[in-house]
Design a protein around this ligand. Sequence first.
Ligand code: 4AD
Ligand code: MG
Length: 431
Amino acid sequence: MSRIYIEQLQEVAGQQVTLHGWLYNKRSSGKIRFLVMRDGTGFVQGVIAKGAVSDEVFARFDELTQESAFTMTGTVRAEKRSPGGFEMDVTDLKILHIAHDYPITPKEHGTDFLMDRRHLWLRSSRQHAILRVRHQVIKSIREFFDGRGFTLVDAPIFTPAACEGTSTLFETKYFDLGSAYLTQSGQLYGEAGAMAFGKVYVFGPTFRAEKSKTRRHLTEFWMVEPEVAFNDLNDNMDLAEAMLEHVVQSCLKNRAAELKLLERNTAMLENVKAPLPRITYDEAVEILHKNGIAFEWGNDLGGTDETVVSQQFDRPVMVHRYPSEVKAFYMKRDPQNPKVALAVDVLAPEGYGEIIGGSQREDDFDALLGRIKEHNLPQSAFDWYLDLRRYGSVPHAGFGLGIERTVSWICGLDHLREAIPFPRMIYRLTP
Ligand code: 4AD
Ligand code: MG
C-alpha cells in the first residue's frame, strides 16, 4: 500500500484515507476539536465533531501534545479557507508516540537556543522552506551541468596540500603518511577532470578554518566547481551567468510558495538573467572612490566594499581582473597587464557579496612552478598537478559557487547558518 502524503490530498478529495504525521497545534471550539498535522510535505487541519467519533477517539485528542506522532483517518474535503486547500473530517485517531514538553514552542526563542536544538528546529515551517529552496538550488545546478554534457567528477576530501592558501587549512593525522588536510576546494582535481573529460563539475563539501565570525562564513560549506578545457575568462563568465540564471529562475518557478512563506521580495531575483553586468576591478575601485571610500588599489574587496559596488546594479555583477597579489597561485595573469589575474568574482545584490570566485588557470608549466615556489607551497605535493601542464596543457577556466551563500541570498536570510541543515562555525560543532 502506498502512503498518502498531505501534498497529495487533491488526488484523494472525497475519499477516506489515513495520514501519518506529527501534531503541529490544536484547539477546541464548543463540541468541535481542530488539530493541525504536519507530515513534512505540508500541513492539514483535521476536524473532529463530538458524536461523529467514539468517545475513546474523542479523548485521544486531549492526550496529543505538540510534536506527538499519530495517524489520522477520515474523509478529505476541499476547503477554500484552509492554507493547503483541504481539510479532513476525522473518524479515527491513533497515537504512535506522545512527545513530552517539546522545547520549541510558538513563542519567540533566541537564535542560540534554536541552534542548540537545530535537530528539532528543522521541523518548523521557516527552516523547512529554506531547506527546500536549498534542495532546489542543488537540483537545478545538477540539471544545468548534466543538461550541457558535463561529467560529475568527485574530488577527495582528504588532500595532501592547500588549494586556497595555507591559512585556513584543517589538519588531521593520516596514518604513517603524516598530515592530511580537509579540502578547501576540489578545483585542482577538477582541472585533472577537465583534461580527461573536457567539461566537468565537482560538487561536494569544502572546509576552511576561517577565524572570521561573520554572517558569510562557515567552516564547512558546499561548493559546485565547474572546470572546462579550452575556456578562457570570457567563456567562464558566460558559463557563470547562464548557470546563475538557471538556478534563480528555477527557484522562482518551483519554490514560489517557500519564498512567499519567507516573505522574500523577489523583484531583484526576477532580474537574474543573462547578460549580467561585467566590470573590471579598476572600475570597481572607481565606484568605491566615487562613494567616498578610501580604497587603495591592490587590496582585496572587503564585505562593505562589495556591498557598495553591488548597490550600483539591480542584478549580480561580475568583477574581473583583480590584482594578482591578492588572488590564488593558480590564476593566470593577464598577458596585457601581468599585475592583474584573469579572475572573476560574482557579487550578489542586496548586500550578499561574493557568491562565485573563479578564473582562467595558469597553463604554462614554468609560470605555474614559479608561482608555487613564490607561495611557499610544498612542490612535491603539487607534482601531480604540474603533470597537467606537462602533458597536453591547454587554456582552461572554472569557478566555484558557494551553495550556502546562494541559498542565503535567494531566501533573503540574515546569516548563512540557516542555509545548511547542520552548520559548522568556529564556535559551533553541535548538534
Ligand atoms: O573564492 P573561493 O575561495 O574560490 C575557490 O575555492 C576556487 N578554488 C573555486 C574555483 O575556481 N573552482 O570560494 C568560492 C566560493 C565563494 O565565492 C563563496 O561563495 C564560497 O565559495 N565560500 C564560502 N562559503 C561559506 N563559508 C566560507 N567560509 C566560504 N568561503 C568561500
Ligand atoms: Mg573568493
